[in-house]
Structures are given as C-alpha cells and as structure tokens.
Design a binder for this molecule. Structure first.
Ligand SMILES: [Zn+2]
Length: 278
C-alpha cells in the first residue's frame, strides 16, 4: 500500500491509497474531482472506490464528478445514507472494505458528525517463508505500521468540533483511535496542526513532546510542507484531546474552572469548549 497525499481546497487533504500489487487505488475524501483526477493520471493508478469518512461537502463534494469520470463503489457510514453523494456501499463497524489487496477495517467514530467512520488499513507483512502475507489486525494491537484515515475526528494536535455528537460519544470515538498501535500513521482531513499546537501549549506549557513537535511543525510550515501524517503514538504524547489523564492539563483547566470533575468526558468537554473559543 502506498499513500499519495493531495492538498485540496484551502487546507483539506485527499488521499489516494494505491495497491502496489494491482495498481488499483481508493480515493479518501475528495472535495475537488479535477485536482484529484490529475494526480490519479500522474500516478497511473486505476480508481476502484471512493472512501468517504463523513458527509461534509469539503470531504464528499467531488464524489458525483468522480463517479461520472469512472464508475466505482462509494463507501461511507450507514448513518450517512442519504447524505453522502453517490453512496452505494454503506458500512459500519465490523465491516471490511477491500481495495486491490489493501483491506480496511471500519470503525464507527461519531461526534463530529453522527455518521463519521474511520478506515483502518490492515498491515500486510511478507511471510519469512514466502507464503501468504501475515495480516496483522490493527484493531487488536499489531506492531507494524498501519494507517488510519480518520477525516475530521482526530487531527494532528486536535480533534473535530462536535457538530452532531456529545463529548461522551467523542471520547468513545477517540478512545478507539487511541487504542490503535502507536506506529499507526494518522491521515486526517485538514492541515490544522500549527494552530492546534498553539492551543495545546496553553494547557501543557511544560510538555516536552509538545514543545519538540511545535518546533518541528513551524519549520515544516515555513518550508511549505505538510505536517500530516503523524502517528497515534505521537498524538498520545501531545494532543490535548487524548490527554484527559494529564496532571498538567487538568491543573490548567482547574485554574479556569475550579469545580471541574476529573473524569475523561468532563476533562475532554472542558478542553473542547476552550478550543471552540481559541
Ligand atoms: Zn467535517
């Protein structure tokens, strides 16, 4: 599996997931068919499926134009039936999607929207004996480098706004992502990292991993480079929306809200409310 990252609109990312064995590719979240198609032609891959994470127009706005150019399956969450254009294959947690030889597990991750799903690529590791590849199941703690396409649920250094869900739902969704192996690459829907980390620094000014990451991100942005993908392991070290058990983060929140409860949902909700006003 090879991932090609396409900047679309102002700060969106579209991804081509190319199966190197067959040349077939899947398109994750395209708002701009023309920009996506140019890269498909340049790569010389054969698009077989659109993998939509959620119904927002800046993720699915290219679907109709893309299926007009090439008839293909369109996947999306069952709870997004009727609002993802051209959806032909509604899927839910427990389902798998195959594009070429790449297999994705579906996770339901509501919160940003009620129909939001993630596509978790199952890593294939060549067998040392030359037989069939050993598939490592990334829902159950393999060690290899898998990948998750998580739309607007988890961002580098942040998470999506709660348009259609509750803090409780979002904590459950983020916990599913947090439980993926640390090496899992995080391919999210937007380039929001710098602003996200500036907010994170207000809550954990002494977090060394956060300081290092912020310096790295500033340099990348100066060079006009993408800061995505990151990894689950990295996100756990500095993303305030995954750090509901951090004493420094909780201490910062308590300075603003003395009666704050310390359970994950209350801590998450307090962080989200502050970020909404940042
Ligand atoms: Zn969205």
């Amino acid at each position: 599996m090879r991932v090609v990252q396409i900047p679309t609109l102002f700060d969106n990312y579209t991804y081509l997931v190319i199966c190197e064995k067959t040349g077939v590719c899947g398109i994750v979240d395209s708002p701009d068919a023309e920009a996506t198609w140019k890269v498909i032609q340049k790569e010389g891959c054969d698009p077989a499926a659109i993998l939509s994470t959620h119904h927002h127009l800046d993720h699915v706005g290219g679907n109709t134009d893309l299926v007009r150019r090439k008839k293909m399956a369109v996947y999306g969450g069952t709870n997004d039936s009727g609002r993802i254009p051209e959806l032909t294959r509604p899927v839910k947690e427990g389902d798998t999607v195959q594009v070429g030889s790449t297999v994705f597990n579906i996770l339901d991750i509501p919160g940003h929207t009620r129909g939001h799903i993630a596509y978790v690529a199952i890593n294939e590791i060549p067998s040392p004996l030359g037989g069939d590849p050993i598939k490592r199941d990334h829902l159950h703690g393999g060690q290899g480098e898998g990948a998750v396409f998580c739309g607007d649920t988890l961002f580098a250094g942040g998470c999506g706004r709660l348009f259609e869900g509750t803090p409780q739902q979002m904590v459950e969704s983020l916990t599913k992502l947090k439980n993926l192996p640390d090496g899992t690459k995080v391919y999210c829907g937007h380039e929001y990292t710098q602003k996200n980390l500036e907010f994170a620094k207000t809550l954990e000014p002494n977090n060394k991993a956060l300081q290092r990451k912020y310096e790295e991100v500033l340099k990348k942005r100066e060079r006009g480079e993408a800061t995505v993908p990151t990894t689950i392991g990295e996100e756990k070290s500095y993303n305030p929306f995954l750090r509901w058990d951090s004493p420094e983060l909780i201490g910062s929140l308590k300075k603003k809200e003395t009666g704050l409860k310390q359970d994950p949902v209350s801590v998450f909700a307090a962080v989200r409310a502050l970020k909404d006003r940042f």
